[in-house]
Structure formats: C-alpha cells, structure tokens
Design a protein around this ligand. Sequence first.
Ligand code: FMN
Length: 189
Amino acid sequence: MNRQSLTVRDAIIGRRSIKLFNGQPVDRDAIVQILEDATWAPNHGMRNPWRFVMATGEGYENLLPVIRGLAIPNWEELSEDVLERQMSKFTTVGGVVFVIVPEDARQKERLEDFAAASALVQNAQLLAWDQGIGTCWKTPPFLDHPTFREHLGVQQGERIMSMLQFGYYDKEPKGRERTPVNELLTELK
Ligand SMILES: Cc1cc2nc3c(=O)[nH]c(=O)nc-3n(C[C@H](O)[C@H](O)[C@H](O)COP(=O)(O)O)c2cc1C
C-alpha cells in the first residue's frame, strides 16, 4: 500500500523523541533502508564520516546483558521489579543503530565529520518518523566505556556518537517548547 509521505516541514515539526517504546520489533531491512537514505546527508569533502553497528532481534537480545552491566552497575542487588523498570528504556526498543564517526586529528575536520554525522542521524529520525517508526538519539555514558567499545568493535580513533533507538510506540509524546527565533536572532543592518 502506498502511503502519502509527510511534508518535510511536518516531519521536522511533528517528529518527537520516543522515550518509551512498546516492544514491537522493527524489521532490520527497514532500518537498513532508512540508513541508506539518511547517508544523503551533506558531508564535507565527501568523507562519508560514518559507519554503523546495528542490532535487531536476537542481536539486540544478546546486547542487553552488556548494556545492563554498564548502565546499571549494581543491577545484581536490585529486585526484579526495579531492574525491569530501569531496563525498560532499553528492553522495549525494537532495534538499535550505533553511529560511529572517525575522530580526525585535525580539529576542523573532526568538527565537520561530527556535524555531518549529526545531519545523518536527524535524516534517519525524520525518515523513520515518516514511516511511523519512532526513534530516540541517546548518548548514555557507557558508549565511551572500553568494554562497550570493544564489544562493538570500535577502533582507536573512532567514537560512537549516537545510540539511535528505533521502535514502535503507543503514545506520541507532546512537543517540548522551543525558544522563538525572535529571541535568538540578531540581525545585521
Ligand atoms: C545529541 C543528543 C543526545 C541525546 N541524548 C539523549 C539521551 O541520552 N537520553 C535521552 O533520553 N534523550 C536524549 N536525546 C533526545 C533529547 O532529549 C530530545 O531530543 C529532546 O528531549 C527533545 O525532544 P524531541 O526530540 O521530541 O523534540 C538526545 C538528543 C540529542 C540531539
């Protein structure tokens, strides 16, 4: 069935970060296609400064104990209920993509690469939203943990700049207010 796409404006304004997913898995091919389209993000020098580690289905199930150990160091002391609640922001996710950027030794290139990868992540969020798939860009501290980096095969000179969660959701969160541009704008005369 062909569904009408959102306008660019409606996608940008209407997209919300989904903080609570409903546990429904997301098809890995759908995520790969979203990434494929998202790579049309502008990137200076056509360096394509990104690579991805994706986990869906069993791959994601297998990752959860690693996340649990790093995100909740005292997890063994917690009751099952409390642990389940604390882990719900990970366990209800339908798939995840870690976006990995090179850390160029040159500061200008490093900033450009990070900026380009950020544009890619937002592209992915908008493309997913258009398909009724929610996302949340997350940056938990464990992304920089040596154990986690090693688990994902992240090399020296690379950084995980986003844990991009994908999933379906039952309730769309309300938008949080933005500062109006007239409060941010200085106009040169
Ligand atoms: C660079 C970046 C890092 C973020 N890290 C987190 C995070 O670690 N945990 C989280 O719950 N949300 C995270 N978010 C999502 C923001 O909190 C979210 O964008 C914000 O609440 C605005 O909501 P909206 O996207 O629905 O407009 C991050 C967003 C960005 C751009």
